[in-house]
Design a protein around this ligand. Structure first.
Ligand code: NCD
Length: 361
């Protein structure tokens, strides 16, 4: 049936046995992302292309004529934002990105208002969306659920792309894309992301943003990753194994203050205690992993401080006004990167290239 969609060529049973790296090609079409489910599905050229489109869209979006041009690009499309876990930035930035491109967005954020309360399976609920929409953007608490739905949709007579906007404790690929874009822009004048030292701090075991970004950083030769956390919240063995397989350097430690002056970027995260069954992370002394004004003095002058947000106490509010604190820039970039990604999925990037050429020539 749909020969151009590789997920039609494999049974769900066989697909589940694949590693994340092996699954990646099944989410692509002609070297472009079709479904966006994992960080592992991206190649370096794909990241470069998404970053390039993002910068062009941002510039085009500065003029009224450009805004109208963008709004016409995907005005024949409708998107369902199915967000059954809390979200502020990811939801709103996708919503705004849809508006930028003329995509009509609709939303389900609360399953008590859908037929799931009547006993309908989440699979049937999501399949229903494909009758009305051209794209599903989904945040779901169950890791791997997005992959199951992508397989399922691909094997119906109305396959549509699925975008993972955060799944369980495992993946948040679009956050990792905006993080890469923000890092690339920050390091533009001093050698790009390659060979930089990047530290992750906080709840690395359950922080899906960290897991996805650590995976994308494997595409940048010479990057050295630091995982700074109490033992109970350390990064998963699968991520360490992937770094070792890539032959890249890393350090696992819990001495935050020793790492601060050494690195080019610090990625702070909150404790993900919504996953706690036994309040184990409340017993952890996480105060040692907070970035305060005192740490600004220790940070390299051209280093940057990131956070996927929401934050709690990990970063003092008084740090926000330092030019090295770039988490509010991440928030804004998220909207443009997500617009670039949706354009890529629907293969409309060339139109951006053309408009941009005219604009700058
Ligand atoms: C993150 C998430 O949902 O994983 N938020 C986000 O999308 N920026 C991080 C978090 O909740 O801590």
């Amino acid at each position: 049936m749909y020969r151009d969609n590789p997920l039609t060529n494999i049974s769900w049973h066989d697909f589940q046995k694949l590693t994340p790296e092996q699954k990646g090609p099944y989410f692509l079409r002609e070297d472009r992302p079709y479904h966006v489910l994992t960080a592992q599905q991206f190649s370096r050229p794909m990241l470069e292309r998404i970053c390039d489109l993002t910068t062009k869209i941002r510039l085009i979006g500065k003029t009224k004529g450009g805004i109208h041009f963008l709004q016409d690009l995907l005005s024949e499309k409708r998107a369902m934002l199915y967000f059954v876990q809390p979200s502020t930035r990811t939801f709103l930035s996708f919503y705004a990105a849809c508006q930028i491109l003329g995509i009509a967005p609709a939303e389900v954020r609360d399953t008590t208002t859908s037929s799931e309360v009547k006993g309908e399976s989440p699979e049937d609920t999501v399949r229903t969306f494909s009758s009305y929409f051209d794209l599903i953007i989904m945040r779901h608490p169950v890791g791997g659920f997005a992959e199951r739905i992508a397989w399922l949709l691909s094997n119906t007579n109305r396959p549509i792309p699925l975008l993972n906007a955060g799944s369980g404790k495992d993946q948040h690929p679009t956050q990792a894309l905006l993080d890469i874009y923000t890092l690339q822009r920050s390091f533009e004048s001093h050698g790009g992301i390659e060979r930089k030292r990047i530290a992750f701090v906080g709840d690395l075991g359950r922080g899906r943003t960290v897991r996805s970004l650590a995976t994308l950083l494997l595409l940048y030769p010479g990057v050295r990753q630091y995982f700074v956390a109490p033992k109970e919240l350390q990064i998963g063995d699968d991520i360490i194994a992937a770094i070792e397989k890539a032959g890249m350097e890393y350090e696992v430690c819990d001495d935050f203050e020793q790492v601060v002056p050494e690195v080019d970027a610090i990625y702070m995260t909150r404790i993900q205690d919504e996953w706690d069954a036994s309040h184990e992370s409340r017993l952890t002394d996480s105060n040692r992993f907070h970035f305060t004004a005192k740490h600004l003095a220790m940070l390299k002058p051209d280093a940057v401080l990131l956070h996927p947000l929401p934050r709690r106490k990990e970063i003092d509010v008084e740090v926000d006004s330092d030019p090295r604190a770039i988490y509010w820039r991440q928030v804004r970039n998220g909207m443009w990167v997500r617009a670039a990604l949706m354009l890529t999925i629907f293969d409309r990037g060339v139109e951006i290239d053309r408009y941009y050429e005219d604009l700058v020539s």
